[in-house]
Structures are given as C-alpha cells and as structure tokens.
Design a protein around this ligand. Structure first.
Ligand code: ADP
Length: 494
C-alpha cells in the first residue's frame, strides 16, 4: 500500500507532544513492513533548525483561499531519520514561520482556522504533485481534520479510490471556530451541514474528521471507549457513538532505539534489566549533584515530565508536592515541564521556598526528559484523562515505577500492584484510586512502602516493567491491517 500521513507534528522536525512521537515513528515502522509511506506537514520554523537536513525544491503552487486571496506554497523535502520515508513540508512563511506551532502563552494564534485550512488544502495538492497512487491518507488530530471531508467533496479520481483514516490523539483539542471560517475551505456552503463540516452552527475540524473519515482510531482501546461517554466525550460523545462501528483503539508504541537505557547517550550511565540498580543509582547521583539535591541513593526521587496543562493533574500534584516539602518528608522531586503560566509560577515559588529538595526545569528539554526517566525511582502521571501517554511507557522501560490514574492508555499499559498482580508477576506500577491529592499521596505512599519494606517485590515490579515490549511492532501491524481492511471496504463494488 501507498500511505501518506498528514500531521502538524513529527519528530525530529516539530513537537509539542505525543502526536510528534507517533507521526515521526509510525511511518518508518509501516515502511519496514514493505509499504511505501510519506509524511506531509507544515514547514514550521523549527523544521529548519532540526538536526535532519531539509532541502528546498523548485516546486511551488498556489491555493485560492478566497476569491481575492491566492496563497503560495513551496515544497521542501527531508527524510525521517529511520527508513526511507520522505517528508514533504508545506512552506508558507506567513502562516508557519512563527515562534510556536499553535499560539503564544496568551492564547492560540487568531488565524489558526485559516492556517490549518491552508495546510489541509495544500496537502491535497501536494499529494497530487508527488504523483503517487495513494491508497491511504492517514490524518491526525484536528489540524488535518478537514482532509477527509475535502476529499469527499472534491471527488477527484484518486480521492474516490483512496481510503481515509482519522486518528484522535487528544479529543480535547478540536479546532472549533465560528462558521465564517468555512470560507477557507473553498467549498460551496451546501457542504456546511452536520454530515460534513458543521457542528452546532460552528466549524469543528475534529468533528469533521470523525464523521467523514472511512475509519477512526484513537491511541488506546480504553480511550476509544471512554470518549463515547459524557464524562470524557468533550461534547463529541454522541458523534463518536454514531461512528462506533468504525472506531477502534490502537495503543502507541515507543521508539525502542531512542528510548533504550542500555544505549541512550543522554544518560550518565547505561544499564539494562540485569544491572538497573547500579545504573539508576549513577544517573540519580548525577541529577542530585546537578540540581543541588542531597546525593543519597536512599532518598527516593519522584520524577515528572510533561505539559503544564490541567489534563496532566497539576491540581493533584501541586498540593502533594507542597505537603512533601513543607512537612520535610525525606523525598526529592524533579519536575520538567512548560505550559500554563499559573502552574509555572507556582512551581517556581515552591523551588524558591524549598531549595535543595526540589529540582525544577521550566522549558522543553529532551535530554533532561531522558535523564529524569533514568534517575527517578517513581514517575507520576495523575492525569485526568490520557489518550495513550508515552511517558509511562518510557518509565516502564527505564525502571521508574509509574504511579498513574487508571484512565485511557495509562489503564491499558500499567498494571496496578496488588496481591493478585504480585502473585502472578504482572504488577508494573500503582494506580491512583480517586482523582484527589490525598489519593495521589496514598498511591505514592504504597509505592514507597514496597520500595523500602519489600525490596524483592520492588525488584519484581521494576524488572517486569523493563522487560515489557511496548515497541511499535504490534501497533504498526494493527494499523496496517486496519488500512487493508478499510481499503478493501472502500474499493469493493457497492
Ligand atoms: P501529551 O502528548 O499529552 O503531551 P504524552 O505522554 O503522550 O503526552 O507525550 C508527551 C511527550 O512529550 C513525551 O515524549 C514527553 O517526554 C515529551 N515532553 C513533554 N513535555 C516535555 C518537556 N517539557 N521537555 C521534554 N519533553 C517533554
């Protein structure tokens, strides 16, 4: 099959979250199974600063955004670091050559509807110029959500043949705009109806992708069920229920070459499942030294990496962190993250108040993310919801025992430590029983109790997690069988 991935993010070119990890890796894994794959994404400013070379081509074209607005687009090309996967970047500096991908700390860019309508429309023109006979167009998140609907409305020959897959990486980000934004699609207003682009008299990119794609996926089976309930449906539970027969969940994998404690060059010391105690101790000592924490392997280190967004449970984390620090508990914390200025400020205040007990890095640092996984005893993810989550998978691999909310992908990938799971050797972490700070503290307490009083069980938990295989192999197989099935349904005579 010939498969084109449309995404606004892909490592190593542009990243704000897990979407980038998926779209930078899955195409290589699918290519390794004998298919032809390519990625199309915007030429954001970060693309030109990536460690992988990007070349300008002399291929350019124009998109008619409105009767008197013709916007040019130049194709740039690069390759994913692994496999022979071309990446086509849509270069339009006015839209994409900006400091950030989607907005400033004060809010989204006001022209996001226009920017990503342009991305969707230019991507379809780019596919035609690349000249492949495309079988699958795999769209990801709201930024490419208009594509299946545009293909259905435009009905070019190749569009009628190709099947569309739409993957929801996070239902909370929907790209919803006032209906005036519909004009950027270039389509007749007859298409502004609830089976295509319209959602309660607004334009909703994510909903459009859901109702018009041939198949819809989310990034874990549990999340695919949760989003059909009012609690987790973000207003789209009814829409998702209506496509339940073509909605599935495929758990993300991790790149086991990049996230491998035995060869990771970002670490102070490499280690594997045989010698993790010594390895983690060396990494922990380096972090303790670097952040002026007491260098002592007996003090547990709790790690956190992630966006400072409500989703990630900072309303639970911050009170617990404050208790630990103010009660002078013998526990150290290290936090890496950026995002909501309120949380950034509160974390900075805590660091000022409690120097030497709490290490903080506000910002984005891939290197430190790896080092935190390698040095932490416990890794926290008390998310309110989690479509899949990657950090808990990295934590399992690096022997940082995850303490998680049993929701979405966290529920699917972390097995709670209890009598049964200890007995059958499946325990890999700790579940938080309720979404409140006391319950988080209680779960940390359970983990620490086992770490200090039942070290052989702790060993078992760490080694079970480190030995699990969350690689892309299985996920890539599931995606390719979905592609084949969807394509067969699309092309079978009606
Ligand atoms: P989400 O996609 O909701 O942000 P995931 O756990 O699926 O959450 O993926 C987050 C990815 O982004 C992981 O690879 C994580 O290591 C990375 N990440 C998040 N914040 C930071 C940061 N401040 N510095 C480095 N990496 C980060």
């Amino acid at each position: 099959m010939n498969i084109v991935y449309l995404s606004s993010e892909a490592v190593p070119f542009a990243k704000t979250g897990g979407l980038a990890d998926v779209c930078g890796t899955l195409p290589s894994r699918v290519a390794a199974m004998g298919h032809r794959t390519a990625v199309i994404m915007p030429a954001f400013r970060s693309v030109r600063h990536a460690e992988v070379e990007v070349e300008t081509t002399d291929d350019s074209f124009a998109v008619s955004m409105s009767p008197n607005k013709l916007v040019g687009c130049r194709l740039l090309t690069g390759r994913l670091p692994e496999g022979d996967v071309p990446v086509w970047f849509l270069d339009q500096p006015q839209y994409f050559d900006r400091d950030s991908l989607y907005g400033t700390p004060n809010g989204d860019y006001p022209d996001n509807a226009e920017r990503f309508a342009f991305f969707c429309r230019a991507a379809l023109l780019a596919i035609e110029r690349i000249g492949w006979s495309v079988d699958i167009v795999h769209c990801n998140d709201w930024q490419s959500g208009l594509v299946p609907a545009l293909m259905a409305a435009q009905q070019r020959r190749w569009m009628k043949k190709a099947a569309t897959i739409f993957t929801i990486h996070n239902l909370a980000y929907q790209g919803q705009f006032s209906k005036e934004a519909f004009r950027w699609t270039g389509l007749d207003w007859k298409h502004f109806n609830h089976n295509e682009f319209e959602y309660y008299d607004q334009l909703n990119y994510l909903k459009t992708g859901i109702v018009t794609a041939d198949a819809v996926t989310t990034v874990s089976p549990r999340y695919s069920e949760e989003i059909r309930t009012q609690n987790h449906g973000c207003g789209l539970d009814g829409v998702l229920e209506s496509v339940a027969d073509r909605l599935t969940g495929i758990t993300n994998g991790i790149d086991r070459n990049i996230w491998n404690p035995s060869s990771d060059k970002k670490l102070t010391a490499n280690y594997d499942v045989e010698n993790w105690r010594e390895g983690k101790q060396l990494n922990k000592a380096a972090i303790q030294q670097r952040y002026d924490l007491e260098v002592n392997n007996e003090i547990p280190l709790i790690g956190l990496v992630g966006r400072l967004a409500d989703q990630k449970g900072w309303d639970l984390i911050l009170p617990v962190l404050r208790w630990h620090l103010s009660e002078n508990r013998p526990i150290q914390w290290i936090v890496l993250g950026s995002g909501d200025p309120r949380y950034e400020q509160e974390l900075r205040d805590l660091r000022e108040q409690f120097p030497g007990r709490f290490a903080l890095h506000i910002g984005f640092s891939d290197e430190l993310a790896h080092r935190i996984e390698a040095s932490s005893d416990i890794f926290l993810m008390p998310s309110h919801y989690e479509p899949c989550g990657l950090n808990q998978l990295y934590s399992l691999r690096y022997g940082a025992v995850p303490v998680v909310t049993p929701t979405g992908g966290l529920a699917d990938t972390v097995t709670d430590c209890d009598k049964q799971s200890i007995a059958d050797g499946t325990a890999t972490g700790f579940h938080i029983r309720r979404l409140d700070p006391n319950a988080l503290d209680e779960a940390i307490g359970r983990a620490l109790h086992i770490r200090y009083h039942q070290p052989s069980i702790w060993d078992q938990i760490v080694t079970t997690g480190m030995s699990q295989d969350w690689s892309w192999k299985k996920s890539a197989e599931q995606y390719t069988s979905l592609y084949a099935k969807t394509l067969a349904l699309k092309t079978q005579p009606k």
